[in-house]
Design a protein around this ligand. Structure first.
Ligand code: TRP
Length: 334
């Protein structure tokens, strides 16, 4: 029997190459060997976008199209929509009794996010909603509703998976051994830096290249990327290790070319403009099959809808079974 993998993504914006190298490539490696559930976490997205439902609605289709463009095979991965699985909401209610408010307030991921969302929640935290504070409980339900064993996530998600493990242990200690404790499965790929050298690539930082970006956009963005600030003239020697253009060459260019670029840069035998132009060509080549697939799905939105509907149908069957087992253990299987 294949082990079950579950992961989720909030539909709040398009996927950028940081997501592609950090997450999608990992999913691509896993899709053959596991029973893989990929949740479009629209309910979770609403916890901090409750005032902007159109944004979430639009991005469900954007992100599903991006995921398919990245090469995820819908015949291998069940891509499903969270809000269409009422069992997750039901399980969230049962789980909410197994976690204290104090514990949720101490959750490092939740704490960081609240600090970042001063606009939404205010400085004093008085406007933090019950739904937002409780989203780790809902995420635990996302996992357990599908009997998720392995959870491929970035390290920022560790406290959320740990919260799920605690809820599972509590459940099992009260209602008897029923649920599996999920484990994190970290990506080998490191987090991809932004065009400005920031450790994180993101929309709000304006330093990302998106899978939807056309050649002109990529051109403009790469031309604006940060290079060694000590290099003033075209033939000054420079340090490729502090150059974002070299950094991206290493992601999309072959090893021999990267070695040449590195040597030439150090010797002052390579101008930044030429180096950026070469990167633009390589980046476009690298993204071309992704772009082709994206274009296909953009032209066939009914197929994206069908894939989501079918993934959701399969996921729902699993969640219904799992909830039966859970309610039986809880003695509420009336
Ligand atoms: N919290 C995750 C994120 O922000 C998305 C997510 C929702 C998730 N449900 C999940 C991740 C279940 C792993 C498992 O990226």
């Amino acid at each position: 029997m294949k082990k079950t993998i579950l992961t989720g993504i909030r539909p709040t914006g398009n996927l950028h190459i940081g997501h592609y190298f950090g997450a999608c490539q990992n999913w691509l490696r896993l899709q053959d060997d596991y029973d893989f559930y990929l949740e479009i976490a629209d309910v979770q997205a609403l916890t901090d976008n409750f005032n902007n439902p159109e944004k979430v609605r639009k991005n469900i289709y954007e992100i599903t199209t991006d995921i398919l463009a990245s090469g995820i095979d819908p015949n291998k991965v069940h891509i499903f929509l969270q809000s269409k699985i009422p069992e997750i909401a039901e399980l969230t209610v049962f789980f909410s009794n197994l976690v204290t408010v104090a514990r949720l307030q101490r959750n490092p991921t939740v704490k960081t996010e609240i600090a970042q969302k001063k606009e939404l929640f205010g400085n004093d935290g008085e406007s933090i909603t019950y739904g937002f504070l409780g989203y780790p409980v809902s995420q635990a339900a996302d996992i357990v509703a599908f009997d998720g064993e392995l959870i491929p996530v970035g390290e920022d998600q560790t406290p959320l998976i740990e919260q799920c493990r605690e809820i599972v242990r509590k459940f099992n200690s009260i209602y008897g051994e029923t649920l599996k404790e999920p484990e994190c499965m970290f990506t080998k790929n490191k987090r991809i830096k932004g065009l400005d050298g920031n450790d994180k690539m993101g929309k709000s930082l304006g330093n990302a290249i998106y899978l939807v970006d056309d050649e002109n956009t990529i051109n403009t963005k790469v031309m604006g990327a940060i290079t060694d600030p000590n290099k003033i003239k075209k033939d000054d020697p420079a340090n490729p290790d502090v150059c974002m253009v070299y950094y991206y060459h290493q992601l999309v260019n072959d090893e021999a070319s990267c070695n040449t670029i590195c040597e030439e840069c150090k010797k002052g035998a390579r101008g930044c403009v030429q180096c950026k132009r070469e990167l633009i060509t390589k980046m476009n080549e690298y993204l071309s099959s992704i772009k082709d697939r994206r274009r296909y799905y953009e032209e066939h939105p009914e197929e994206v809808q069908r894939i989501l509907d079918e993934g959701t149908k399969m996921a729902r069957e699993k969640a219904i079974e799992q909830l039966k087992k859970i309610k039986h253990a809880m003695k509420i299987d009336y």
